[in-house]
Design a protein. Structure first.
Length: 196
């Protein structure tokens, strides 16, 4: 399902606020078993992508974000290294470390311990606020992922936005620094985008 866009120029801050509120409202309707069921369906739809991965980067879900925890377990089951973002310094891009996110890092986000090995993922599961059919991702607005995804994409990593199905909207005006994603995965399926 693609949510229609508005017939006037989009204010990305307003779009972000509205999309985050919609996501919160949706998650409030889910009990724990239903949320787990949907997150397991997400993992099922990622099976083919994860099958040949060497290093899969996920994230520790915040609030109403869909959790890729079951997909990360599946990645481990096929022999991939599971990696998560970790900040060493708030002014530098985060790095992916090959360990579970069981430490609280900068910004209060769970991350691997800083002594874990740095790894380079070939598949990255990317959190998002919204995404459009061109692969334009709307994040939280801090640019952390944009800085990290650019070199990964250049080196051939497969970038997959992960969210609830309604987070696919008609259009997000891209900024020059936006890194287009390769696909969008939700509990309803995997949508691959045409390469630009």
């Amino acid at each position: 399902m693609v949510v229609s866009s508005l017939p006037f120029p989009v204010d990305k801050d307003r779009l972000r606020r509205d999309a985050m509120e919609r996501r919160k409202e949706f998650v409030r309707t889910l009990d724990d078993p239903e949320r787990t069921r949907l997150e397991r369906r997400l993992a099922f739809h990622l099976t083919s992508v994860l099958a040949n991965a060497r290093v899969v980067a996920g994230y520790a879900a915040l609030g109403s974000e869909i959790s890729p925890v079951w997909a990360m377990e599946e990645a481990r089951a096929v022999g991939a290294v599971a990696a998560y973002p970790a900040f060493h310094n708030p002014t530098e891009p985060f790095r992916f470390l090959g360990a579970d996110p069981n430490s609280v890092g900068l910004f209060g986000i769970n991350q691997p311990p800083l002594h874990a090995a740095e790894v380079t993922p070939d598949v990255v599961l990317v959190p998002l606020v919204a995404i459009d059919p061109a692969g334009t991702r709307l994040g939280r607005g801090k640019g952390h992922y944009d800085r990290v995804l650019t070199p990964l994409k250049r080196n051939g990593a497969h970038l997959i936005g992960v969210g609830w199905s309604f987070q696919m909207i008609e259009e997000i005006p891209p900024d020059p620094w936006d890194v287009p994603l390769d696909a969008f995965a939700s509990p309803d399926g995997l949508i691959r985008f045409v390469k630009r």
